[in-house]
Write a protein that binds this ligand. Sequence first.
Ligand code: AMP
Ligand code: ZN
Length: 460
Amino acid sequence: MELRLYDTLSREKRTFVPLDAKDVRMYVCGPTVYDFAHIGNARPVIVFDVLFRLLRHLYGAAHVRYVRNITDVDDKINDRAARDFPGLPLNEAIRKVTEQTGKQFHADVDALGALRPSVEPRATEHISEMREIIERLVAGGFAYVAEDHVLFSPQAMNAADSGLPRYGALSNRSLDEMVAGARVDVAPYKKGNTDFVLWKPSKPGEPSWPSPAGIGARGRPGWHVECSAMAWKHLGEHFDIHGGGIDLVFPHHENEVAQTCCAFHRERMANYWMHNGFLQVESEKMSKSLGNFVTIHELLADWPGEVLRLNMLKTHYRSPIDWTMKSLEESVKTLDDWYRVAADVAPGNPAQSVVEPLLDDLNTPLAIAALHGLRGNDVGALAGSLRLLGFLSESGAQWEGRKQQASGVDAKEVERLISERTAARARKDFAESDRIRDLLAAMGVAIKDSKEGTTWEVAR
Ligand code: AMP
Ligand code: ZN
C-alpha cells in the first residue's frame, strides 16, 4: 500500500516517495501570534496532525520530523502590543503579546488532540539564517538593496539560467500577467512592481536586528523569508512536504520557493506542496464585522476538543468546509457513541479499511465511514483506528466528566436529585418522580431507567 498525496505544484495526486525514509520531513506554516486563533486556523493544525500521525504510522515515530513555526515578528504583533500595553516600552509589550498568544495557542491545539510538532521554531531565533539567505540572494543577483530595504526580484529569477523553478509555477500564474496587474503606485525604492521585501528598516522603538551586508541601519525581516530560514535550519535546503492553508499559496509560498531555490541553487524546495481548503461558518465567510468570528478558545468552552477535531475531519481537507452548529451536534453524538463502545477496550491494530482511504490523499470522510462500519463488528480495531486519528485520548469516565463540566451541569446535584427520584418511585409518588425528571430535563440531563438502576447523561 502506498501513500498518495495531492501536490499543488504539479496539480496531481502523486505517490509519496520520501527523500529519506529514515528521516521524513514536513514543514507547515504556523500562527502569527497576536490574537486568539480562530477555528479556521485550527484546520491546518488538525489536517497536518493527521498526516503527521499517518507518516509516523508508516515510517515509525522516530523517522518523521514535523516543523511548525511561530511567527513572532510581524506588523500585526507590533500594532496589537501598542494597543494593549500602551504604558510599556514597545519591545516589552511585544514580548507580552507573543508569550500570551503563544501559550493560548498551545492550550488550544493540545485540546484539539494535535501532537506537538518535533520542532516549533520562532522567527526571532532565526534572524541570522534570514540574513544569510538574504546575503546569498543579493550576491546571486536575485535581490538588491534600496533605501535600507532588501527586495527580491522575481524578474531576475525568471531571467536566470536553468536549474531554478519558474516564479509563478506554484500558484500557476505568469509573471507577465502579475507585472501587468500589479499596482502602479509602488514604493519608490522598488525597481519592479512585483518585487517583494526581504528586509526593511525598523521604526524607532520597534524590534530591530543588525541588517544584511550593505545596510547601515538596523532592521527586520519580511514575513516570507522567515519561513525559508526556519525550514532551511531545521529541515535542510530540500525536504519532503510543505503545508499550509490555501490562502498561503500566493504570495507566501510562491515567495518562499523563490527565496530558497535561488539562495541554494535548487530546482525544488519541497517535493509535495499541500494546502487545506478554507473554512466558513454557517455558510458565511468568517469575519469580525459579520459577528461570526469564532475562536478555538470559545468553542472549547462548549465542546470537547475531540468534537471539534471530528467535525473538521468529516470534510476532505482540500474541500471548503462549512462549520455549523448542526454538524457539531452530530459530531458530539458520534463521539459519545465511540467513547461508550471503544474507549475502555484494548486497542487493536488500525483497520485496513480506515488506513486505506487515509493513504489516498488523506480521505478522512471515507475513513470515518469505515469507522462506522467497524463499530458493530470489530471494536478492538475501532479503538486502534480511532487512536491513529487522534481520538480516544481519555477514558470513558473522563469523557463523561468533561462533557458535564463543559455543559455546566453540577454532577453532585444531579446525583442527589436522582436518588430523591428513586426514593419517590419506591414510595409510588409518581407525581414527585415525574417532577424531578422534568427538572433534570430542564437542566439538560437525560435519564435512563433500567434493572441496574438509573443512569444519566448530558443531553444535547
Ligand atoms: P494566519 O495566522 O492567518 O497566517 O493563519 C495560520 C494558518 O491558518 C494558515 O495556514 C492559514 O492558511 C490558515 N487559515 C487561516 N484562515 C483560515 C480559514 N478560514 N480556513 C482554513 N484555514 C485558514
Ligand atoms: Zn510560512
